[in-house]
Ligand binder design. Structure first.
Ligand SMILES: Nc1nc2c(ncn2[C@@H]2O[C@H](COP(=O)(O)OP(=O)(O)OP(=O)(O)O)[C@@H](O)[C@H]2O)c(=O)[nH]1
Ligand SMILES: [Mg+2]
Length: 364
């Protein structure tokens, strides 16, 4: 990378961070002067996209006060959302360039054609490094973002912890409250982000390229084991025979996998996201799995487990935020504790206990 392009990318990242802070500032002042959390919640439920976007921005904030406002909004939303139609949350992963965004564009349109309302949350650590996440994904989902019954939201990856935006779970709930009943979450399948997205979604789709073993595609066996459905994308042009061959190889490989927790068979499909074929069969397959899970109880029990994991994740995230907001003396205690752990002077558990004791002592 040339020095000037490196500089430019760094600048655009700074600019997007500044824009995010600016948005948060505007949201806060709007909240103070205009909207009560109840009015905010009502606006979300009436389909006000600005209200929805602003609430999602709150969920990504590192300020405890913002998160408190968000909780009040959730409480105001609750009575209506519990009556709402059940949603499906669908995670889509795969190596960079496999066609996730193009697939979501086609898949999302198919869902719209079937009468659904579609929200897309794109978590994209690879593009974020180049600062191009917003542009790249917006362009490839142009059609969807212009649809009245769709909502596309790329995540501000600069706030990501471990590649996944904190607040994505809340973003899903907010989209559902706004009446979106199909939530698609895009994540790059190369790091730990797909595990986190697996924990946020009901069904998890792994996109693969025709040809090449999974080692070649950089897909770890663990990620394949998490998938509810495999899709060999780019089944078009000269690639078609190879796509079919790859699909049957994966079908064979899957026979050696342990049975799924949901009791379903992991199907292998081939699609061309570009030419939009095979997409309807994937929608049918997801619907079929969801029906099966609703009947056998897995749908509800998986969501229960996910809520518990969110509790855990939030405990960690809030502890992290507390450190970010720590006073100078707390900050130096934290650095001191870290040093003791590094030097093996203190057990990590003991250090964590000492830290949480310090925090409790500081609470008003
Ligand atoms: N031939 C063919 N090309 C495709 C297909 N789907 C996507 N592409 C192309 O593959 C390239 C990457 O597509 P994206 O949809 O951006 O892939 P992605 O997985 O979202 O990529 P990242 O967000 O960077 O991880 C683009 O040039 C697409 O036009 C397909 O079904 N067939
Ligand atoms: Mg993409």
């Amino acid at each position: 990378m040339s020095e000037s392009s490196f500089h430019k990318k760094g600048q655009s990242k700074l600019a997007s961070e500044a824009a995010r802070k600016d948005a948060l500032h505007r949201i806060r002042s709007a909240q103070l002067t205009r909207r009560s959390p109840e009015a905010w919640a009502a606006a979300i439920q009436q389909g006000d996209r600005d209200a929805l976007s602003q609430a999602i921005t709150l969920s990504e904030s590192n300020r405890l006060e913002d998160l408190r406002i968000l909780t009040t909004i959730f409480n105001a939303l609750k009575p209506i959302t519990t009556k709402g139609t059940p949603s499906n949350r669908i995670g889509i992963t795969g190596v960079p360039g496999v066609g996730k965004s193009t697939f979501i564009e086609a898949f999302g349109h198919e869902l719209l054609d079937r009468g659904h309302r579609v929200a897309v949350l794109a978590i994209d650590p690879s593009s974020s490094r180049s600062g191009g996440s917003l542009m790249g994904d917006k362009t490839r989902m142009n059609g969807l973002s212009n649809e009245a019954l769709a909502f596309v939201r790329p995540s501000p990856t600069s706030t990501n912890l471990g590649g996944v935006a904190r607040g994505t779970y809340e973003a899903i709930l907010l989209c559902e409250a706004a009446g979106f009943d199909r939530i698609l979450v895009e994540t790059v399948g190369v790091g730990q982000s797909e595990t986190a997205v697996r924990d946020l979604t009901d069904a998890f789709i792994l996109l693969m390229l025709p040809g090449g073993g999974d080692e070649l595609q950089g897909i770890k066996r663990g990620i394949m084991e998490m998938a509810d459905l495999l899709v060999i994308n780019k089944d078009d042009g000269g690639n078609r025979p190879l796509a079919r061959e790859t699909a049957s190889q994966y079908e064979q490989a899957l026979r050696l996998f342990p049975p799924t927790l949901g009791g379903h068979t992991v199907q292998v499909h081939t699609t061309s996201a570009l030419e939009k074929h095979g997409i309807d069969a994937v929608v049918d397959a997801v619907d079929g799995m969801v029906n099966q899970w609703s009947e056998n109880g897995w749908f509800g029990s998986q969501r229960q487990k996910q809520r518990l994991r969110q509790l855990d994740a939030h405990v960690h995230a809030l502890a992290r935020i507390a450190r970010l907001n720590a006073t100078t003396s707390a900050e130096s205690s934290w650095i001191h504790l870290q040093q003791e752990v590094v030097d093996d002077q203190r057990h990590p558990l003991e250090a964590a206990q000492a830290w949480s004791k310090l925090q409790t002592a500081q609470e008003p």
